[in-house]
Design a protein around this ligand. Structure first.
Ligand code: GLN
Length: 405
C-alpha cells in the first residue's frame, strides 16, 4: 500500500473548558522552582509527617493489604471517620452507607458535582472560590452562579475582613438552583463560619430541594479557640449536604491524595454510582495506615495549636513590613494587602505582583484575583504558612528588605 500521499487527518478536540489553563498553584510553584524562590504559594507543608503514619502504611503493605479494597473504602477507616465526626460534631454517619473514601478532596468534590448536577442546573459558588469548583460544574454542563464575599474595609480603605453575602445568595436562587457550594475554613481568605451562619444558610434553603456541597478540608485548622462549624452539626443542613474532608491537609501528606465524603444514605448511593466508575477505589495500604493513625485523636486535636504558632510567627514578621495583614482565623493561609507598600510595584495587579515578588524578591505567593471568574482586583495575595520556621524566617527577611527599600 502506498502511504506516501496519505495525509494524516487533523484531529482537533473542541474544549469543554475554554477558560481553563494550568492551575495558578502549579504555575506559581514552577516559577518558584525556576527562580529558587521560597514557595509560600501552593498550599502544602515543607516539613515531613509523623513517621508513625508511613510506618502504619508499611505495616499494612507487609500484612498483605495490597489488593482492591471495598469500593467505598476499608471498614476501619470509614468507622474511624464516623466516630470522629460523631465526637466532634454530634452527628452519626453510618460507615456502611454514608461515608466514602475518595482520592483526595478535589475528586470528592468533582464526584459530588458529577452525581448531582446536570445540564441546565445552577450551582451557586461564593467567590473568591477554590479553582476546581467552576470547571467541575462546567464539565458536567451545569451553570455556575458566582456571588461574591463582601469585602469589609475601614475608613482608610484598609480591608478588615470578609462577610458571607447572605442577601446575594438568597437573590441568586432560582427554580434551577440545584446546589450551593460552601467552604469553611475558606481557601484563600482564611475566613471561618460562625455558629449563626449555619442557621442562616438553613433558613435560605428551607422548603427547597437545594443540596449543599460543604468543602471542609481545613476543618482542623481553626484558631483562637473558635470551633469549626461543620454542616454536620446542623441536622437540617446535614440532611441535604455532602461533607468533604482530606487527610492530606490534616496529616501533612498532601501527596497521598486520600479524603472522604460523608452524606446521607440516599445521597451517598448516587455518589457511589459515579465514584465506582471514576476512581473505583482508593489505594488500600494508605487507607489501613490512616485508619490506625486516626485512632489517636491527638493527631488532629493538636493541629490548631501547631498551626496557630506558625500563623503568629508569620504575622509577627509581616507586622514589621508595610504589608497589611488580613485576619486569618482558619486554614494555613495568611492574606495580605500589598497596595500600601509605597513602591512602584504596589501599583501592579495582583497576578503581576506575585510574578514580580517571586522572580525579584524570591518569595512566591498566590494572587487572590485568581479565585474569581472575572478577576476582581482587591490588591490581596495569599501566603501559605505550612512551612518550617526557618523557611518562614527567610521569607520574612526577604519581605522585610522589600518594605525598607
Ligand atoms: N489546595 C492547594 C492550594 O490552595 C493547592 C492544590 C493544587 O495545587 N491543586 O494551594
Amino acid at each position: 500500500m502506498n502511504t506516501n500521499n496519505t495525509a494524516l487527518r487533523q484531529i482537533t478536540l473542541p474544549t469543554r473548558l475554554p477558560k481553563v489553563g494550568t492551575t495558578i498553584f502549579t504555575v506559581m510553584s514552577a516559577l518558584a522552582n525556576e527562580h529558587q524562590a521560597i514557595n509560600l504559594g501552593q498550599g502544602f507543608p515543607d516539613f515531613g509527617c509523623d513517621p508513625a503514619l508511613p510506618n502504619a502504611v508499611h505495616e499494612a503493605m507487609q500484612a498483605g493489604h495490597n489488593q482492591y479494597p471495598p469500593m467505598a473504602g476499608v471498614a476501619p477507616l470509614r468507622e474511624g471517620i464516623s466516630k470522629k465526626i460523631a465526637t466532634l460534631y454530634g452527628k452519626h454517619y453510618d460507615p456502611q452507607s454514608e461515608i466514602t473514601i475518595t482520592a483526595g478532596g478535589t475528586q470528592g468534590i468533582f464526584t459530588v458535582i458529577a452525581c448531582a448536577v446536570g445540564p441546565g442546573d445552577e450551582v451557586i459558588v461564593i467567590e473568591p472560590v477554590y479553582d476546581s469548583y467552576i470547571p467541575a460544574i462546567d464539565t458536567v454542563g451545569g451553570k455556575a452562579v458566582p456571588v461574591q464575599l463582601i469585602v469589609n474595609r475601614d475608613a482608610q480603605g484598609k480591608i478588615t475582613g470578609y462577610e458571607i453575602p447572605w442577601q446575594a445568595i438568597s437573590e441568586a436562587i432560582t427554580p434551577s438552583t440545584k446546589m450551593i457550594m460552601i467552604n469553611s475554613p475558606h481557601n484563600p481568605t482564611g475566613m471561618v463560619w460562625e455558629s449563626g451562619d449555619l442557621e442562616k444558610l438553613a433558613e435560605i434553603v428551607r422548603n427547597t430541594n437545594i443540596l449543599i456541597c460543604s468543602d471542609e478540608v481545613y476543618e482542623h485548622m481553626v484558631y483562637d479557640g473558635q470551633m469549626h462549624q461543620s454542616v454536620a452539626r446542623h441536622p437540617e443542613l446535614a440532611n441535604r449536604s455532602f461533607v468533604i474532608s482530606s487527610f492530606g491537609k490534616t496529616y501533612h501528606v498532601t501527596g497521598w491524595k486520600v479524603g472522604y465524603v460523608a452524606a446521607p444514605a440516599a445521597l451517598t448511593h448516587e455518589f457511589r454510582k459515579v465514584h465506582q466508575f471514576n476512581v473505583f477505589t482508593v489505594n488500600t495500604p494508605m487507607q489501613y495506615g490512616l485508619a490506625k493513625y486516626l485512632e489517636n485523636a491527638d493527631h488532629y486535636l493538636n493541629l490548631p495549636q501547631f498551626y496557630e504558632q506558625k500563623r503568629n510567627y508569620l504575622r509577627a514578621g509581616l507586622a514589621k513590613t508595610k504589608f497589611q495583614l488580613l485576619p486569618s482565623p482558619g486554614t494555613y493561609f495568611q492574606c495580605v494587602d500589598y497596595t500600601q507598600l509605597g513602591i512602584p510595584e504596589s501599583e501592579l495587579n495582583s497576578a503581576d505582583f506575585c510574578q514580580w515578588l517571586t522572580t525579584e524578591v524570591g518569595v512566591a505567593a498566590i494572587p487572590v484575583s485568581a479565585f474569581y471568574s472575572n478577576p476582581v482586583e482587591s490588591g490581596v495575595i495569599r501566603f501559605c504558612f505550612a512551612k518550617k520556621e526557618e523557611t518562614l524566617a527567610e521569607a520574612i527577611a526577604r519581605l522585610q528588605r522589600l518594605s525598607k527599600s
